[in-house]
Design a binder for this molecule. Structure first.
Ligand code: UD1
Ligand code: UDP
Length: 386
């Protein structure tokens, strides 16, 4: 049997964390010829993940610029991807989630009439600007895709509401659980743990980066965290691996520079982040991926957003939406610090995202589709040049 030629394309840290388990498994398989293409919409934060998984991309489009705009990311990817797709002509391309890499790569693949498989398809808030631009990125990607690998039943339900064909939608679990199997360690240690001493103090992990939160909402959240850090000085240590976006860096420095129990650190390598998260008392975040990881780790999360496309963690009790208003966040943090019952109710480990075999499931489906002749890229492009 011919090998299935598949491009796995991604560009940012979270896409890499969730796509590299697929790349690793395909590398071990006789059925696939995987080609890894990174747009490098992120540079350092992407490289951290590639290094951890020991994967060297076949193509690196290296598009990141400091303070890049959405239009710049999109146009650079469209131009660069065209060349890769024309020279490789894969049977199928896999994209992930909802970044601008995801949407732009999908559009480039559509122009070349290449079958598109969307991993982590079907997530929705149906609010155009929240999260921005991710909600429209994933909707656009789902419009362009041919195969939908949805993490849970709710993704399938969403896609059916949009009239996507049921026989193209596959519930696979989320590959983030596959990633945790590569990273979580029994006897984990990191120097920061000596500094914060989580056995005697409550370690709180903070991350925040979303575009719609930059500016006033982010400053308000940081103000709330700062107040708690000061009020609970002897009980609480806060670790904040600051996203490399200069706007986030500036806001973090402005609010936390003088607070000794808030530790501003560079982004953690993925295994460090997962292990430190698992030892944390509480997480505050507006991240998508962390909302999926925390229920597995049994660590309560205050989600710094007003709505989420990941309702499973809220249902499981691990996630609570608190938005970005200072008073609300302070109150929610105090409740979890002071009220043992309230804390216990949120810290039960319950994983709604599968059994860590999502990558294998996706590969099986691709093999089946290939055998049925449904993947081959067409050579009959509707050309307007030549
Ligand atoms: C992007 C995604 C977002 C995802 C997030 C994960 C889009 C529009 N946004 O947002 O969906 O949740 O990644 O973190 O696709 N930077 C560096 N080095 C890096 C990474 C970023 O210096 O390794 C700086 C650069 O100045 C860059 C800026 O951060 O211009 C913003 O990066 P960008 O990818 O545009 O947006 P994110 O906020 O990271
Ligand atoms: N993460 C990491 N190092 C950090 C912070 C987060 O490796 O310092 C991981 C985290 O475990 C999760 C992913 O990055 O898997 C989430 O990425 P991010 O919050 O940047 O993006 P989102 O998921 O919101 O798109």
């Amino acid at each position: 049997m011919d090998k299935i030629k598949v491009i796995i394309a991604f560009g940012t840290r979270p896409e890499a964390i969730k796509m590299l388990p697929i790349v690793k498994k395909m590398d071990e398989s006789e059925a696939f010829h995987p080609i890894t293409v990174v747009t490098a919409q992120h540079r350092e934060m992407l490289d951290q993940v590639l290094d951890y998984f020991k994967v060297k991309p076949d193509y690196d489009l290296n598009i990141m610029r400091k303070q890049q705009t959405l239009t710049q990311i999109t146009s650079r990817i469209l131009e660069e991807m065209e060349e890769v797709l024309i020279s490789e002509r894969p049977d199928v391309i896999l994209v992930h989630g909802d970044t601008t890499t995801t949407a732009a790569v999908s559009l480039a693949a559509f122009y070349q009439q290449i079958t598109i498989g969307h991993v982590e398809a079907g997530l929705r808030t149906w609010n155009k600007y929240s999260p921005f631009p991710e909600e429209m990125n994933r909707q656009l990607t789902d419009v362009l895709s041919d195969l939908y690998f949805v993490p849970t039943r709710s993704g399938k339900k969403n896609l059916l509401l949009e009239n996507h064909k049921e026989n193209k939608i596959f519930i696979t679990g989320n590959t983030v659980i596959d990633a945790l199997q590569y990273t979580l360690k029994e006897n984990y240690h990191h120097p920061i743990l000596d500094e914060v001493n989580p056995k005697h103090k409550k370690m709180i992990l903070l991350t925040m980066h979303r575009r719609e939160n930059q500016g006033q909402p982010m400053l308000e959240v940081f103000e709330a965290v700062r107040n708690i850090a000061i009020e609970y000085k002897d009980e609480v240590e806060i670790i904040f691996p600051v996203h490399l976006n200069p706007l986030v860096q500036r806001a973090a420095m402005e609010k936390f520079a003088q607070v000794t129990n808030v530790h501003l650190i560079t982004p953690l390598e993925v295994a460090d982040f997962h292990n430190i998260a698992s030892k944390s008392y509480l997480i505050l975040t507006d991240s998508g991926g962390i909302q999926e990881e925390a229920p597995s780790l049994g660590v309560p999360v205050l989600v710094l957003r007003n709505e989420t496309e990941r309702p499973e963690g809220v249902t499981a009790g691990t996630l609570k939406l608190v938005g970005t208003k200072k008073e609300v966040i302070e109150k929610a943090m105090k409740k979890l610090l002071d009220n043992e019952e309230a804390y216990k109710a949120m810290s039960q480990a319950s994983n709604p995202y599968g059994d860590g075999k999502s990558s294998e499931r996706i590969m099986k489906i691709l093999i089946q589709q290939f055998a049925e002749g449904k993947l081959r890229a067409t050579d009959n492009l509707f050309r307007t040049t030549e």
